[in-house]
Design a protein around this ligand. Sequence first.
Ligand code: GTP
Ligand code: MG
Ligand code: ZN
Length: 314
Amino acid sequence: MNKNNSISCRGIVVALKANFLIVEINHQHFEGYCLDQFSEKIRLLCKRRSKLDYQGFVIHVGDIVLVESIDYKNKRAIIAGVESRISFLKRPAVANVTLIAICISVEHPSFDSEQTSRFLITAESANIKPLIILTKIDLIKQTDLNLYIQKFKSWGYDSVPVSMKNLQGMDLLIERFRETRLTVLAGPSGVGKTSLINQLIPTLSLPTSSVSKKLRRGKHTTRHVELFSIGDGSLLADTPGFNRPEIVNDISGFAGLFPEFRAQFTHSKCKFRNCLHRDEPGCVVDKDFERYSFYRESIEEMIKSHLPYQEGSV
Ligand SMILES: Nc1nc2c(ncn2[C@@H]2O[C@H](COP(=O)(O)OP(=O)(O)OP(=O)(O)O)[C@@H](O)[C@H]2O)c(=O)[nH]1
Ligand SMILES: [Mg+2]
Ligand SMILES: [Zn+2]
């Protein structure tokens, strides 16, 4: 029997490639073997045990897995089990995310308030803390940048302004990433997610491309989710950009996804528990905040999409 078959250890899925999964493990898991030739982390090309396939369970990037039958000469192994997740982000699909860094550029592509809110709602509905990274700040004046920072503050979010051209803001960002276990860089195409990772890990040289002059949008250069180690056990996920995240269709829970509403709910309650904070009697929320119109339009859309179902079910 191959001696390697007796080894099993935990690892993290860092990428999916066709029918294979790439799992990264730490070298200390191989104690007892001659590992001097390997660097600190090893990436293994893995297949799943067929019993996992039968259970219909889909393994995603970020999943913590148990790997067996390790052939470390050829860097191959079999995934025998998956640990339960602490969180799951559906799009981009990443498990065990601890921070969503929503990258939003001030120009090229230009800032879009609704789009930014849609990314924030995605993070909120997955119950994962969002942080806004304001990119390409070399393209605007400091006074305009201050307005963006104030805007996000009024929405209830911190933002970190950065530029890959003059490296402004990078120290603060690195600090935030290093104190976080798994940060996902999410956001529209062309905002500079991959450029940011290349800056942090210069040995990578991942492909990036300029924003289309005609469409003023990114070219969807990154096609797959991939995790990269940035030291101290922290991981950063590059993800494909997408421009219009879907909003979760949850009428009663929707207001709770806005910090502006949450701040009010701590000290005041509407008359009816199912108040949707439109024109309901006894509604006590102050609707005088910037994103109220986005809330209102979204909730009306959701109500409309529920109507045929409700009528049919009465
Ligand atoms: N002026 C300026 N340009 C930047 C900055 N960061 C990135 N870019 C440029 O923006 C373009 C798009 O960058 P990418 O890193 O490919 O963007 P992305 O978010 O990964 O895009 P997708 O992979 O399509 O989702 C490239 O031409 C970069 O050189 C920045 O801070 N300032
Ligand atoms: Mg990219
Ligand atoms: Zn209300």
